[in-house]
Design a protein around this ligand. Structure first.
Ligand code: NDP
Length: 331
């Protein structure tokens, strides 16, 4: 028998944009009712992603206030709404991406939940999902990396970066990893990068030229944004692809597309959700991620599991640039 569902729950919301002091932990949020086609999940672990800080600061606009942050969690199905719930049952363990996951309970479309295989720990699935899917869809769809391609990855010891290094190695890509200190650079090499280097222009240019015979990389996957965009764009080979997918240092300023013509570069500002919009796409890519976790010994270091009420420390830590791997919250 499952535990009774309470009427109120703990969660974290913001009433305005700002620094970590705007994160309000409360224990009085109403537990939502699952609507038709939805399930109610009791969260076991909640993923912290850089995007959560963008919604907090206002770089990305919250639809309204108060706004509950968070995009990713794993837990146990507590109740089913009416309608199609794809065979999910109370007690099943699921992982999902959904707005407003910084809470004890959350409702999610049953079509957006992935049922965990027996024996898979929810913290492992939660730590992997969003960042692994981001990395995997990008190297399949934003630029389909081929065996032998040299590519460049920024923040390579971070959440998405660590996955990029592992997955690129798996498919035969050759990664030049960029990270800000030697500990992170070593981590990136352990994840599968062939070479790693810091962000200083001269050294980065030298390494790229040396590895690619002066041609540049087939693709750049740049998550740092403002502070690296011009430099990493200049390292793309003729007919190569520039994938800008993050703003850790701030948003890339307005851009003159004429700059792409000298080398016929393709430029993409990619985002995960449009790659997994349908249930079929989501289940397929998530199934592949689970396969990497179970059968290919991949994964991401869990940086720390914070109690939900310590969310401000988790945000400060990821913004401090000192974390490696995944930050999780435990309600
Ligand atoms: P990370 O674990 O990568 O943490 C951020 C890292 O960014 C830092 O550790 C740091 O690594 C690097 N960094 C560079 N400059 C700065 C700076 N000025 N301040 C802080 N950090 C900096 O986080 P995530 O894996 O969660 O996310 C990585 C990026 O990918 C984010 O920009 C995020 O928005 C983006 N993203 C985009 C998605 C999409 O769909 N487009 C989906 C998921 C994530 P170092 O010190 O080595 O530089």
């Amino acid at each position: 028998a499952s535990n009774p569902i309470p009427s109120t729950m703990a969660g974290v919301q913001i009433a305005e944009n700002g620094d970590t002091s705007v994160l309000q932990y409360t224990t009085h949020l109403p537990v939502p009712e699952p609507q038709p086609g939805q399930i109610l999940v009791k969260n076991a672990f909640i993923g912290v992603n850089y995007i959560d800080t963008y919604f907090r600061t206002g770089l990305y606009k919250a639809p309204s206030f108060p706004y509950i942050l968070g995009r990713e969690a794993a837990g146990t199905v507590a109740a089913l709404g009416s309608g199609e719930t794809y065979g999910l049952q109370p007690g099943d363990q699921v992982v999902f991406m959904q707005e407003g996951t910084y809470t004890e309970y959350v409702t999610v479309g049953a079509d957006r939940a992935y049922k965990l295989p027996d024996g898979m720990k929810p913290e492992i699935a939660c730590a992997a999902m969003l960042q692994a899917l981001t990395a995997w869809t990008m190297i399949r769809e934003a630029y389909e990396v081929k065996k032998g391609d040299w590519v460049l990855v920024t923040a390579a010891a971070g959440g998405v970066g660590g996955w990029l290094c592992q997955l690129l190695k798996h498919i035969g890509g050759r990664t030049i990893a960029v990270a800000s200190d030697e500990t992170k650079r070593e981590m990136a090499r352990n994840y599968g990068a062939e070479v790693s280097v810091g962000y200083e222009e001269e050294e980065l240019r030298r390494v790229v030229n040396e590895k690619t015979n002066g041609e540049g990389v087939k693709a750049v996957f740049d998550s740092v944004g403002a502070s690296t965009f011009d430099l990493t764009l200049s390292l793309v080979a003729r007919k190569g692809t520039m994938v800008s997918f993050g703003n850790s240092s701030g948003a890339v300023p307005a851009f003159q597309i004429a700059r792409l013509s000298a080398k016929n570069i393709k430029l993409l500002r990619s985002s995960l959700f449009p790659y997994i919009q349908t249930r079929e796409e989501f289940q397929k890519y998530m199934g592949e991620v689970v396969d990497f976790l179970i059968h290919h010994n991949m994964g991401c270091k869990i940086h720390e599991i914070y109690p939900l009420k310590d969310v401000a420390r988790a945000h400060a830590d990821i913004e401090s640039r000192k974390t490696t791997g995944k930050l999780l919250l435990k309600p």
